[in-house]
Design a protein around this ligand. Structure first.
Ligand code: PEP
Ligand code: MN
Length: 371
């Protein structure tokens, strides 16, 4: 059960102390306080853990400082959707809104190779009216002999260039606690010219110790990719690890599942799960057409498979698109063959817009049918 307190509750007030005292007196119930500080107000929620079935919701609502009571099912306690749910399905980070009602495109380099390519990419992103990009610095690779990413050596110039081109959020994978510290340090050193959305890759979805470390910090939001060989439920629980440690600013990423049933695509595209994740949780949902499809194959209509699956995901309500582009794909150090070309960026964005408008029309149609 979650008690949502009135906004800006004062922890020193007599009412708040009385509330805590009354909760402490409940037998077999533990409490966990979560405070969320927004730009305008401070929101406090108290999680009641234990045998909450015996608690009377109306009685709990009558306690001092309590504005609302939400009964949670066991699943995805914090990030899940529950009965009488009115908690938000969005968050704001560095001036960008990430919600189940918005759409952000993160077109960028799979892996940073050099400053020149980073700059060309960021300029293209800015010139096409976008505020977000992807830039991999730490690359988990199948072969130990493959390029592993420039790591912290590229962070300063990546962040400075992002500032130059007014990029607000960069999605960047980390695989170790030290990477988190290096990113924070580089952001600090360069004067926070941009923001970073930490990416937990599909190979680390169930790296619970990493999830706990990333979840314990709330400065940077997280894109958690679905594990490519585990159930959706297991991946959603992985996201819940982040939230249970304190970070609720989580986007859930679909990137295809490992099975040869999806051949000739690199992974079996799973974007049919976009509405499923939105129904089960309050997380915005990202799709990654590049790592799902893994090639530049096109259908007889001339449209790339990556573009087709992007449209399918957006048409189903996706909230974020993470996609590999490269100024010179043959020269890319990682995933060149699946990258889109810079000249395709305006066309890609227009294609995404067509699908987004169609999705919004579908939502409006459904609303008309209901009324
Ligand atoms: C990536 O986005 O660069 C990546 C490696 O993705 P995934 O973890 O989904 O394979
Ligand atoms: Mn890649």
């Amino acid at each position: 059960m979650i008690l949502i307190l009135t906004a800006n509750v004062d922890e020193q007030s007599a009412e708040y102390r009385q509330l805590l005292a009354q909760l402490a007196a409940l037998e077999g119930i533990q409490t966990r306080v979560h405070v969320e500080r927004g730009a305008q107000q401070k929101l406090t929620e108290i999680y009641l853990i234990g045998n909450t079935k015996a608690l009377d919701a109306a009685e709990m609502k009558s306690l001092p400082c309590v504005e609302r009571v939400v009964r949670v099912s066991e699943e995805y306690r914090i990030l899940g959707r529950h009965k009488d749910e009115q908690r938000p399905t969005h968050f704001d980070y560095n001036g960008v809104r990430f919600g189940q009602d918005t759409l952000n495109v993160f077109a960028g380099l799979c892996a940073v190779d050099n400053a020149e390519h980073v700059e060309i990419m960021m300029k293209a992103v800015r010139d096409n009216g976008q505020k977000c990009t992807r830039m991999g610095a730490y690359k988990p690779r199948t072969s130990p002999y493959a390029f592993q990413g420039h790591g912290k050596n590229c962070l300063n110039y990546v962040f400075e260039l992002a500032g130059k081109y007014d990029i607000k959020v960069i999605a960047m994978e980390i695989t170790h606690e030290s990477h988190l510290n290096e990113i924070k340090e580089a952001l600090h050193q360069t004067g926070n010219p941009t923001g970073v959305m930490l990416q937990i890759g599909t190979r680390n979805t169930q790296n619970f110790e990493l999830l706990k470390i990333v979840g314990r910090q709330t400065e940077l939001p997280v894109l958690l990719k679905r594990g490519f060989g585990i159930t959706l439920d297991e991946s959603l629980n992985a996201a819940e690890y982040l939230a249970s440690e304190g970070n609720r600013n989580v986007v859930f990423g679909l990137r295809g599942m490992k099975t040869n049933m999806g051949d000739p695509h690199r992974n079996m595209v799973d974007f049919a799960h976009v509405p499923v994740v939105k129904r089960l949780t309050r997380m915005p949902v990202c799709i990654d057409p590049s790592h799902s499809v893994g090639s530049r194959a096109a259908s007889p209509d001339g449209i790339l498979d990556t573009m087709h699956v992007t449209a399918q995901g957006v048409l189903a309500g996706a909230n974020m698109v993470l996609v590999d582009f490269h100024p010179m794909p043959p020269k890319a150090l990682v995933d060149g063959p699946q990258a889109m070309l810079l000249k395709e960026l305006p066309y890609f964005l227009e294609d995404v817009q067509i699908a987004r408008e169609a999705y919004l029309q579908r939502v409006a149609l459904r609303a008309r049918q209901e009324s």
